[in-house]
Design a binder for this molecule. Structure first.
Ligand SMILES: Nc1ncnc2c1ncn2[C@@H]1O[C@H](COP(=O)(O)OP(=O)(O)OP(=O)(O)O)[C@@H](O)[C@H]1O
Length: 291
């Protein structure tokens, strides 16, 4: 049984110009201990799909799905309070902007301990001990001292490490990482990816890695879902996707990698004249790389 199985997820937003369909009939599964990457360009509905699982979308969103089963329980059939209890403890999410995700008014120690207080029912000394353990696990030196730091006293990479510490604080079964390295310096990105994959393996978590970066997919994923304009274009294990992509959109994403450039300029996804008619049909594109 998969850890998470979503069937036929759709999300639409009420906007001033009428309803806007951000996610359109997507199925997603991830197994325990598996890393699933959801890849696609900006606006393809990657974040919205996962925010729907977390129950974090605004009131203007309408979420529909046939089922959304996590660890054997259909989240759609739970009372909001019960759903929040499961989601906060067993499913954790980290976001692109670590500085924006942490509260600037509280020390990182307070913010880590708050999660432990709410979800793990630990007393003060247990929380402090666990917070030090967590900062050690995410590679922050002098953890006992750093607990007293405010987010602005730490670098972007360190803040992302703190966010990861908060995310794994309750030993979640599933970790959703939404573009966790995009806002970071290139030299730090690899360290954070390695940290995430290391923790995923050590703790046996399932992980969903949302990214627009095929390099990140290659580094981290076992399996990949490719999304475009709210629809699933392709799903494959990572090797098959890179060696034998089926959809033209995936081919376009791969062709746009700098190492695959063949002409004077990089091809763009637009060069492949994407036309989405239904979740599987994409018109045959001109596949030669542009000159
Ligand atoms: N609250 C909202 N109201 C209206 N439209 C929204 C809202 N949130 C997201 N959208 C739209 O839904 C679509 C999908 O957004 P989403 O953030 O999931 O894209 P994404 O693939 O994760 O891209 P990115 O990597 O840029 O975050 C976008 O067109 C976005 O503008």
């Amino acid at each position: 049984m998969p850890l998470l199985a979503i069937k036929n997820l759709s999300v639409s937003f009420l906007t001033s110009t009428g309803p806007f369909m951000a996610v359109n009939g997507i199925d997603i599964t991830v197994d325990a201990r598996e890393v699933l990457a959801i890849v696609g360009e900006s606006g393809s509905g990657k974040s919205v799909s996962m925010l729907a699982v977390m129950g974090l979308l605004p009131d203007s969103a309408t979420v529909k799905a046939d089922s959304m089963v996590f660890d054997g329980i259909d989240l759609l059939r739970l009372e909001p309070k019960e759903r929040r209890r499961i989601i906060g403890r067993d499913v954790a999410m980290i976001f692109q902007e670590p500085m924006a995700s942490l509260n600037p008014c509280f020390t990182v120690g307070f913010q880590i301990e708050e999660v432990l207080r709410v979800h793990m029912n630990m007393d003060r000394s247990q929380r402090r001990k666990r917070a030090i353990e967590l900062l050690t696990a995410v590679g922050i030196p002098d953890p006992a001292d750093r607990l007293k730091s405010y987010p602005h006293q730490m670098s972007g990479g360190q803040c992302q490490r703190v966010m990861i510490a908060i995310a794994i604080a309750c030993n979640p079964k599933l970790l959703i990482a939404d573009e966790p390295t995009t806002a970071l310096d290139v030299t730090i990105q690899k360290q954070i990816l390695d940290l995430l994959v290391g923790l995923q393996q050590e703790h046996g978590m399932g992980m969903i890695m949302i990214t627009h970066n095929m390099g990140v997919v290659a580094e981290t994923a076992d399996r990949v879902v490719v999304q475009y304009k709210g629809r699933k274009m392709e799903e494959a294990d990572v090797l098959s996707l890179f060696e034998n992509p089926q959809s033209n959109y995936t081919k376009a994403l791969l062709a746009a990698l700098p190492e695959n450039a063949t002409g004077d300029r990089l091809p763009t996804v637009g060069d492949y004249q994407m036309e989405v008619e239904d979740s599987t049909a994409v018109k045959t594109p001109p596949l030669e790389a542009p000159l």
